[in-house]
Design a protein around this ligand. Sequence first.
Ligand code: GLU
Length: 517
Amino acid sequence: MERKRRVRFAPSPTGPLHMGGVRTALYNYLYARQAGGDFVLRIEDTDSQRFVPGAEEYIIEALRWCGIYPDEGVDENGKVVETPSEKHPHAPYRQSQRRGIYRQYAEQLVKAGYAYYAFDTPEELAALRAEAESRKETFIYNWKTRGNMRNSLTLPEDEVARLVAEDTGWTIRFKIPENRTVVMEDLIRGHIEVNSNTLDDKVLWKRVDELPTYHLANIVDDHLMEITEVIRGEEWLPSLPLHYLLYEAFGWTDTQPRFAHLSLLLKPDGKGKLSKRDGDRLGFPVFPLKWVNAEGEVSRGYREDGYYPEAFINMLALLGWNPGNDRELFTVEELVPVFNLDRVIKSGARFNADKAKWFNQEYLRMRPLPQLVEDFKACAGEKLKGCDDGYISAVVELMRERAHFVTEMWNLTSFFFEAPESYDEASVVKFWNEDAKAAMPQVRSLLADLASFDKETIENSLHELITSNQWPMGKVMNSLRLFLVGVSKGPGVADMMALFGKDETLRRIDSAVSKLS
Ligand code: GLU
């Protein structure tokens, strides 16, 4: 019988989640939804030295902002589940709280001859490393060196038993088999072979803190949690041979998950991994949400920069995957049926900041007007206090095409809510010349006499007056624009006048004429 598809996202809370991590979570989520399976969140926090307070909360909040809700591992309030229930049978989902289960698995491997106790102290290992370095070599604990080390392969049995009982610094290391070709399949990269002699005897479990390392905890938990596909970043590909060997040593190959390693997100120039520094340098976020580290250093976030989560997710989906045609706009619901690991690219995906903005603009354009108005009001806050809703809505409708982000909209529209106090000097010199000055009294009285103040009437009557007097159209119209807005760019003059209404239009003209004469 086909097993229910179960995938997981297994971040380590060592800092804010990079956008590449969000993409990994997204691909897992889409895979699970399409297969009608489960998407599990597991927190891999067994490396206490790299633990960063707040990172776990950040990761969950970021996923929720993106609309990625795990089926298992996190409750409705966004808390990692600690006690088993029908919905969360494998709790706790934080590895530090599962610490009791891993030792037996490591010892099972020792008993079966796949792993061994190692008693070398950190000082001894450091000395060996330093000594190798002085010969311009690297010390590796492996098939070549393990025979000369202090471990259960070299020491007498009673000595091993004594040390295991009395010592507290030992570890359990995996005994990589000698000269074997490890044959692997990756759903994205295909067939891979590695000779086991290139691998080292990784530590699986440490007596000192009674904690497993990533490799052991990851394999044991994927097994216990019945994970069927592991979709993760390419940085874990070098660990794949060890993971294959671990499944084999445990006798779990029948239910071993299939693996898919996603390529890296690359810098805009394609040279190397996309980093926070690139974002700072080129002015875009690499994290979903803003993050402030212990030193008070701030990293910007897509959310705080004004991105819609829908746009962010859409962009991420297409960074490394394509639908096989030109289509670019997809909601998550639309991605679910078409997402496919076969179309995930093997090479790195180059990040393009302009494209990210383009996605957001597209979502801003598609946003229903009432919602966009609400977004704008939330951004502008106090500044819109007392303004008429109909007026705000008309302004947003007129100006939405010009914005990439709702956070830009106040700057684009502020003149609708506040009359200009000053006028751009260069434009004044350019447009407010003798001809414009001569024409303005008649222009004003024409506007004052208009019975109806809609865009067409304004436009037609201004046009007629200016052409019949043979005034220079550009000078007059741009002077008017300057009076209304303070600068010589913006939407159409008649559009703005109609929105302002007659009184405000005349007020702005009068105020400008008096200030500029
Ligand atoms: N804890 C690992 C990480 O932080 C998970 C790797 C995996 O998915 O196996 O990326």
